[in-house]
Design a protein around this ligand. Sequence first.
Ligand SMILES: [Zn+2]
Length: 211
Amino acid sequence: MIGAFYQPQLVVCNLSTLDTLPVRELRAGLAEVIKYGPISDKEFMVWLEAKMEALLGRDRTALLHAIRRSCEIKAQVVGVDERESGLRAILNFGHTFGHAIEAGMGYGVWLHGEGVAAGMVMAAELSRRLGMVDEAFVQRLKSLIERAGLPVRGPVLDASNNAGRYLELMRIDKKSEAGEIRFVLIDGPGKAVVRGAPDALVREVIDACCA
Ligand SMILES: [Zn+2]
């Protein structure tokens, strides 16, 4: 039990529903699993690198472990958040850029997980440019996302002012406070922080990471 207000949650997951899930949806779902490695568990990231083919092949044992570990990490983060407000925001890794992609393309054109996938690469690249992770880490995350069959580059939302359009969409997203965009960044594999970043740097990342 963590904290007085902690409510144990029972998560029921019927793995057989995954058998009939279209492959594009399965891949998009894996984006939300992949995020738990960089933000909180570098061993889980190594495990995902070893098991990606099994996961895409809908191997029961692999899927069960991936889902169990995702639920455990989420419960742990949310549990800590009961005491120390704000930690649960790290669960939105990849979502700041991802929401801009979804909104900018029109909802449903890119699946949520696809936007999050490209968004994680962008957030990792922003972390690298802020000196928080090295190039090797960005490449590792990128290749894991690529192997899941997910996009590693964001779409061009506006051919004449792409970075400006991303920034505009991220500013109106509900996570930004008083116009300051809050990014979930990786401060070394397995550790996430939430912070702002200079616009000029964010522009560079968007220019470098969009198709
Ligand atoms: Zn999400």
